[in-house]
Design a protein around this ligand. Structure first.
Ligand code: GLC
Length: 406
């Protein structure tokens, strides 16, 4: 059997980390299944796929396509990017040309199934798939919050054999956006439990973010996230401000800009400016993008997830649990499916600064609670997030769809 994966980005975002886990799981369980990856841009993702034995190459998007999207809407809000439609549309000649090149590449690869992993590739894959080759959409985000993509996916759902969703919550959204005829299989993500484990090296977050080493031991609380606007950076900074009475707490914003899509990023300089105005200078550090997220998490006592919209899954939550951290999670979405509040994580109302500040204060003051939550989180992670599960859940779907297509 041969699978071709189509992914819009060449950079390592959440959807790419997830797909790598699926590919790694398949390589281990089904070494005879040939895996190929085609991306819409070059980048580190391709190298990581190659390291797993996946044949990977970029078929770069034309500029108009690279910038097209409404990812800034995040998990549940209204898209603010409909204006993008005025500037670029999927009916331009460059997109038609790209679709032809993609069809050519797919015909040459002759896969048994095409597994697409991002909105633009869901649509382009449906258009470019050679006749008789099933297309499986792997959906990582809420469709209904992205009006342009929702419309395109609904219009092309009949060219798609089935969809995978990264949570039950996203599966429901896909069904309501694309219609009940589309078969949707929820599969929760996994994490590399050897890499994301409680033991291992930890980064020096102070040095990375240019903070002076503290003279007394501090409790380190960090938001680990891409710079998407809905990831709640501002909520986190404002919650830190409310903890001004806790001198031994240090905050860290860990992550950097990633995607090219118009308007979907918050700006690190603006966040630094906000931190300054909130009087947080010296109490919050900005590391920028870090390669080794596990080592960054191990340097933290508390990992904060502060998404202001429902989180489709929340890979960072799963990773933080696997590294045995005390995690604070914002309520709602698929994230609610992967934690047991009060047992292996604390939960706060999404977007509510005082609620997040209260959870952070509680954890900053209580090392016993931190240790208990972290140990329970590591246990839950070993149960819920093993990579082996991915191949077990995915292979029957591949087999079913390719048998139906034959
Ligand atoms: C997307 C989602 C995120 C999820 C990731 C992997 O980035 O927004 O919630 O963890 O995909 O599925």
């Amino acid at each position: 059997m041969k699978i071709v994966y189509l992914n819009p980005s060449g950079q390592m975002g959440g959807a790419e980390r997830s797909l790598l886990d699926f590919m790694a799981s398949l390589r281990a369980a089904e070494p005879r299944v040939a895996l190929e990856l085609i991306t819409g841009a070059d980048g580190a993702f391709l190298d990581q796929a190659r390291a797993l034995g996946v044949a990977a190459r970029a078929l770069p998007y034309p500029r108009s396509l690279a910038r097209l999207g409404d990812a800034g809407a995040g998990g549940g809000g209204k898209s603010r990017l409909l204006g993008t439609l005025g500037r670029a549309s999927l009916s331009t000649p460059s997109v038609a040309l790209y679709t032809r090149r993609l069809r050519h590449a797919l015909s040459a690869a002759a896969p048994d199934l095409i597994h697409t992993n991002g909105f633009k590739m869901h649509v382009l894959g449906a258009w470019a798939a050679p006749r008789g080759v099933p297309v499986l959409w792997h959906i990582h985000d809420y469709i209904s919050s992205r009006p342009l993509m929702a419309r395109l996916m609904r219009a092309n759902a009949d060219r798609c054999a089935a969809a995978i969703a990264n949570s039950l919550s996203v599966a429901d959204d896909v069904r309501s956006a694309c219609g009940a005829e589309l078969r949707v299989f929820p599969i929760h993500n996994a994490v590399d439990l050897r890499r994301f484990s409680p033991e291992g090296p930890a980064l020096d977050l102070d040095r990375l973010s240019g903070l002076a080493p503290p003279s007394d031991p501090v409790v380190r609380i960090g938001l680990v996230a891409t710079m998407a606007q809905w990831k709640g950076h501002e909520v986190f900074l404002r919650a830190l401000e409310m903890l001004s009475g806790e001198p031994l707490v240090r905050g860290y914003v860990i992550g950097g800009a990633l995607y090219e899509t118009d308007g979907s990023q918050c700006n690190l300089e603006e966040l630094r400016g906000l931190a300054g105005r909130l009087g947080l200078a010296g109490r919050v550090g900005f590391t920028g993008f870090v390669d080794d997220a596990a080592a960054a998490m191990r340097a933290l006592d508390v990992v904060v997830h502060a998404s202001t919209q429902p989180e489709p899954f929340g890979l960072v939550i799963a990773e933080a649990m696997a590294t045995g951290r005390a995690v604070v999670v914002s309520r709602g979405g698929g994230a609610a499916e992967i934690v047991t509040p009060g047992e292996d994580a604390l939960v706060h109302e999404a977007g509510c600064v005082p609620a997040l500040a209260e959870r952070m204060r509680q954890l900053a003051r209580d090392p016993v609670l931190r240790a208990a939550l972290g140990a329970a989180a590591a246990r839950s992670a070993r149960r819920r997030f093993t990579r082996e599960r991915l191949a077990d859940e995915l292979m029957p779907i591949y087999r079913l769809l390719s048998a139906q297509a034959a």
